[in-house]
Design a protein around this ligand. Structure first.
Ligand SMILES: [Zn+2]
Length: 350
């Protein structure tokens, strides 16, 4: 069965020092370690240690082979978004990251599909880079759950979503710049509490702000199974019903009616929760995702799904059909039809 992981992160092996180049800001740069790993540095601050599976396509393909997964949808690491930077500089950084991913996808068309990043802080710049992403073969973009603390319902972002819908570019929403970060630094709370809340913030903003209503062609996928949105849907719906004066001011349609219009990944680490998500969304709107190569991800790439009592059709939807539909691509491109430019395609080896 074709397995596509639609949520994985990648970086170029080498990054220019953008802080030096632009003369300001805590842009991420890399310092290589003797053991082959690298440290991601945010200005002078250590951010995260990464291994070669964060940049080496062959290492990644081999690791994925252990879990019978042939295709990775790759996007940058959210800390690279750099929405705080000057828009033109952020666009230049985005171009660099997007070109790297496009080249990877071009070299390994059977193994990699790409999502770009765009300077969301400026709609004109964002749309220009979005158009370029399409031209270089990327299938969509990954954006943050908020943009410099602004919600995705803000009117300034609408033209970007509109352009995504018109260009047929898929949108993956990833939590970042987590709310409450400063007051909950201990216990990894920004990742454990802030991230799920951020994704719900994004989903509620797009629904209550009428973005999903106005743009039915927009193909949105929320990370981490939609964060806390679906698990708290009853509360969200009840709030809509009991205080429409607060909630239904821009869109008077019940938020529950949008469930199943968007996609989510399966990253729940919990079969019962995934079953609940499947019951709500339908199997065609739940995608295999892992958050590889980071430790909070599902680094067995959906193995827990094989342990669940799901029909073959449901598993196939999660493993590939949902993602193919979200990205609007055909399964045949992975079925060994001779399109591969790379002889090391694991599909040919398997
Ligand atoms: Zn992620």
């Amino acid at each position: 069965m074709l397995k596509i992981d639609m949520h994985s992160h990648i970086l170029p092996e080498k990054l220019p020092n953008f802080a030096d180049k632009f003369g300001y800001g805590e842009f991420i740069h890399l310092i290589s370690n003797n053991d082959g790993s690298a440290n991601m540095m945010q200005g002078e601050k250590f951010f995260r240690k990464i291994e070669s599976n964060c940049w080496n396509p062959e290492v990644r393909i081999k690791e994925y082979q252990n879990f019978d997964t042939q295709v990775q949808v790759v996007c940058t690491i959210p800390v690279m978004f750099s929405y705080w930077a000057k828009a033109k500089d952020c666009r230049q950084l985005s171009e660099f990251l997007n070109d790297d991913i496009a080249e990877l996808c071009n070299n390994y068309p059977q193994n990699y599909l790409g999502l770009g990043t765009i300077p969301m802080q400026d709609a004109d710049e964002a749309i220009k880079e979005l158009q370029r992403c399409k031209e270089i073969g990327l299938l969509g973009v990954q954006i943050g759950s908020n943009i410099n603390d602004k919600n995705l319902s803000e009117p300034e972002f609408f033209p970007i979503f509109e352009a995504c819908a018109e260009l047929g570019m898929a949108v993956m929403i990833h939590p970042w710049n987590m709310m409450g970060m400063d007051s909950m630094r201990k216990y990894w709370l920004p990742w454990l509490v802030g991230m799920p809340a951020e994704t719900s913030r994004a989903a509620c903003s797009l629904i209550f702000g009428g973005v999903l209503e106005k743009l039915p062609a927009l193909r949105v996928c929320f990370s981490h199974a939609g964060g806390s949105f679906l698990p708290t849907l009853g509360r969200v719906e009840h709030g809509f019903n009991c205080r429409p004066d607060l909630v239904a001011i821009h869109n008077n349609i019940n938020p529950r009616s949008y469930v199943g219009d968007f996609w989510v990944d399966c990253i729940t680490h919990d079969p019962k929760m995934l079953q609940y998500i499947l019951d709500l969304q339908g199997s065609k709107k739940v995608c295999l995702g892992s958050d590889y190569p980071f430790p909070l991800g599902d680094l067995e790439i959906g193995e827990f799904i094989n342990q669940m009592d799901l029909s073959t059709n449901t598993v196939e939807d999660i493993f590939c059909n949902s993602t193919l539909e979200w990205l609007n691509i055909d399964k045949s491109r992975f079925m060994g039809n001779g399109n591969s430019k790379n002889q090391q395609s694991i599909y040919k080896n398997s």
